[in-house]
Design a protein around this ligand. Structure first.
Ligand SMILES: [Zn+2]
Length: 255
């Protein structure tokens, strides 16, 4: 196999791969949204590409459908350039992907949100999709589990959770350094909100469903965490560790 990316294959290559046992598809749900003054808008999408491709390699017999971009980024719209679609539209696109993939004969379809704002949509629609579509649909939708994995890996590199951050901080900046260092503007990396974002978001969610806290209420820069301590070694460990964790989740879910 020259590539696992569906969009880079011809229909003949897809047909041959499926006949050889590639009956599983994975795709990420990313975003085009602000990630501080130092990271590109495409951050969540390129991390979705990187994670989905690694998970597919680890699982075997898995092709990677294109990452959905943009995502639900209402909470970032006060920053120039962010694009946002509604949860309903993201649901409709995701449903179309799953229907199309099932139509072609994929038996297992794995959803991988790589942007925090997309997790609630995945959690909401997977039961409906599983009911309506003749394929096994598995969605990873526990954002706190995702953040726990990130924080544990960052801690091994001596970076505490408030600095690792949940958005454009030490951990996410490290992953972009590992994936596309040419897109990182380190001269503009500076600390944003330093605190317990998980506790803040739990407080918020206790009063209101969803994950739509306005970013500017936390940081006028659009950063949760401290990107100045980011480094490529941490980024590589995060991408590998997250891919391993996600692969184990999907393996257990389809078993
Ligand atoms: Zn992000």
């Amino acid at each position: 196999m020259k590539t696992l990316l569906l969009e880079e294959m011809s229909w003949l290559q897809v047909k041959n791969a499926m006949e050889q046992g590639y009956r599983r598809a994975i795709f990420a749900l990313g975003s085009i949204e602000q990630h501080g003054p130092h990271l590109p808008l495409v951050t969540d999408t390129l991390l979705g590409d990187a994670l989905a491709t690694r998970v597919a390699t680890k699982l075997g017999n898995t092709l990677v459908a294109p990452t959905i971009r943009p995502g639900c980024s209402e909470h970032h719209m006060s920053f120039p350039g962010s694009l946002s679609i509604s949860s309903e539209l993201l649901s409709a696109i995701t449903r179309a992907y799953c229907e199309n993939l099932a139509h072609h004969g994929f038996q297992e379809i794995l959803l991988l949100p790589s942007h925090g704002g997309n997790f609630p949509t995945v959690a909401r629609i997977v039961p409906e999709l599983a009911r309506d579509i003749p394929a096994k649909i598995v969605g990873y939708s526990d954002i706190y589990d995702f953040m726990r994995v990130v924080d544990a890996i960052a801690a091994k590199h001596g970076i505490a959770s408030p600095q690792a951050g949940a958005h454009a901080g030490g951990s996410e900046t490290s992953m972009v350094l590992a994936a596309r260092a040419d897109l990182v503007d380190r001269d503009h990396a500076q600390p944003g909100f330093i605190g317990d974002f998980v506790a803040e978001s739990r407080k918020f969610q206790a009063g209101k469903a969803g994950f739509d806290m306005k970013m500017e209420n936390f940081s006028p820069l659009g950063i949760l965490g401290d990107p100045t301590n980011a480094n490529v070694e941490l980024g590589r460990d995060l991408i590998e560790g997250l891919a391993e964790h996600l692969a184990a989740f999907y393996r257990a879910a389809v078993a």
